[in-house]
Ligand binder design. Sequence first.
Ligand code: FES
Length: 106
Amino acid sequence: MPSVTYVLPDGSEQTIEVKSGLSVMDGSVANNLPGIEAECGGSCSCATCHVYVEGEWAAHYGKASEEEWELLEFLDTVQENSRLSCQLVVTDAEDGLKVTVPEEQG
Ligand code: FES
């Protein structure tokens, strides 16, 4: 299974295996990691699954879709590499992915 590293709001890192086909958000929720609330359950309508995609992975996934960006742009914590983690599907091609969960989801 692909492994994904989450840099958590307290600065610690957790590397977990995420089943291929699930999202970065699913992996976090399934492992009870703090920070990603995912209030809407993954339907790209709440923005409480905001993460920063680190390093080369940002280009790998590319920019947020227009629908995603409409939510992200209102966050105080938005950055160039911001994405909604429910929209980031993990497959073997994403093995080694690293994301940072912002301190504030808002
Ligand atoms: S879980 Fe709601 S937008 Fe991602």
